[in-house]
Design a protein around this ligand. Structure first.
Ligand code: HEM
Length: 119
């Protein structure tokens, strides 16, 4: 299925309860998402991440559009599976601060494409 960054801008309104994106964006309830594609998980400067989110970055995950699409339906499950698959089940504990879930696959693809336009 094709991705549509313009439709993703509308989907991103749901994320804006907690996140900002763009050249002047700042951390809010959630970390700034400008440049998140290509950034190691849990490394937005000045944001206080959960140990779970940070551990995934330390284990090697760099965000891609595809990984964001996989993450959004169930962020906790995604982060814990990543650590377990890396043989770090001991770190797959606690919960992420990101309580939001996005089930719809087309919306996930569109929002990831939108996010990727902000380098
Ligand atoms: C973390 C995306 C909605 C709160 C993240 C991360 C991504 C993301 C990619 C990981 C960032 C990183 O590792 O640097 C999105 C998208 C959303 C969305 C695309 C909408 C579709 C929300 C909403 C909230 C929220 C609505 C608040 C209710 C957070 C928080 C974190 C986070 C607090 C940090 C998690 C932690 O430290 O465990 N989000 N998010 N997000 N998000 Fe969201």
């Amino acid at each position: 299925v094709a991705q549509d960054a313009a439709k993703g801008a509308a989907v991103f309104k749901q994320c804006m309860t907690c996140h900002r994106i763009g050249p002047d964006a700042k951390n809010l309830v959630g970390p700034v998402l400008t440049g998140v594609v290509g950034r190691k998980t849990g490394t937005a400067p000045g944001f206080a991440y959960s140990p779970l989110n940070k551990a995934v970055g330390e284990a090697g995950l760099v965000w891609t559009e595809e990984k964001i699409v996989e993450y959004l339906p169930d962020p906790n499950a995604f982060l814990k599976k990543y650590l377990t698959d890396k043989g770090q089940a001991d770190k797959a504990v606690g919960v992420t601060k990101m309580t939001f879930k996005l089930a719809d696959e087309q919306q996930r693809k569109d929002v990831a494409a939108y996010i990727a336009t902000f380098k």
